[in-house]
Design a protein around this ligand. Sequence first.
Ligand code: SF4
Length: 455
Amino acid sequence: MINQRVDLTLDSREFEKIYNRKKIVSMYTLGCKVNQYETDAMIELFKDRGYEIGEFDEFSDVYVINTCTVTAMSDKKSRQMIRRAKKINPESVMAVVGCYSQKSPDEIISIDGVNLVMGTSDRNKIVSEVEKLTGIEKVVEVIDIMKQREFEDLSLSNLKGKTRAFLKIQEGCDRFCSYCIIPYTRGPVRSRKLEDIIKEVKELSEKGFSEIVLTGIHVASYGKDLNEKNSLLDVITEIGKIENVKRIRTSSVEPLIITKEFLEGIFKVEQFCPHFHLSLQSGCDETLKRMNRRYDTKMYKSAVDMIRNIYPDAAITTDVIVGFPSETEDEFNETLRFLKEINLYDAHIFKYSPREGTKAALMKDQVSPQEKNERSEALINLGKENKRAFEKRFLGEEVEVLFESHSKEGYEGHTKNYIKVWVKSEEDVQGKILKVKLTESTDEFVIGELSNINS
Ligand code: SF4
């Protein structure tokens, strides 16, 4: 390929005639599942305009970097990817979108080679914005996200070849946890209309997706901005009525959504998977207050108990931040004790890092890196023990596994309660739900043996 700026304003047929190939776009995604969903949706928009989707490490006419800004490291990584793409084709058009560009558009547009900066809205205009760029101009299209009131519809109707679809049902967050920059980059809560969600799930199920994962920035807030007053429970219930949807999951939810009514409601939906990612962040009430989390350990524990009452085999996973400003040794030990007491399946441990623009970044008594490392290690070790113990409970049992990918002369998938399982199989079982007898728990997954084909 010749490294020269091509004329993207040409429509795809004219372009192919002149250049003897299609326009190529490649994307790189940093951060969370919501970003991944939005990248997938942008890929569809480019495909619809006749683009070929390239590999990020190879030649492209257009590079789109979907950035994250949740930590300073995410910003750094985003900048690295911009530079990497520019090296591959210095004449490419470079568009940077997402949370980092929403927060710091001026910083990003000043990076050599960046042509277009868009934030966390108007991604459905990405193709036309890119095609307006004819030369080496620099354009910033970032609006004040705090004034956004509508959910931006970006759908995934053409996605193929996978078993699990992440479906964005909600945008924004108004919780303002003291350490988190997200409410400033994603704006207020906006929920997708229930009828639009149902339409997209029907399309996804017709394309063979058997598992739907409901995602958003703060999924538990779903519906609070809607006139119809639909709730997350309504979304799950309605999706449960759609033919061929075999599994429904939610991404992270906060403990406050776990009520008797919510649990009894989802229990009626057979496809709902009993895996609850309940963000804890700290097991110390004083630290939770400083974090501006709106629950305490008593409320968290009650949510865990209610879940186990209804779903005794539920997998409950969590996130914990260690080394939050002023976290003393005693406070950390409270977290350790609490985690031992509630005995969750898995915990993602994060070392606190100050995020400019948040309240916590201005707090005194930042914890030293060494203490953060020690605390993190202690929780990681506890997590490993808990994970193994939970998985061992199911050894010898026959469970249903939805196989998602091929790996190491076998296939990998998950049980309904999110245990990762691997089986040896010569037969292609990808996309199928099969009965598996679990035999051995390893660090990577639980090994199983296929029983009979279920679907
Ligand atoms: S709930 Fe808290 S941590 Fe989660 S996105 Fe909102 S502000 Fe950030």
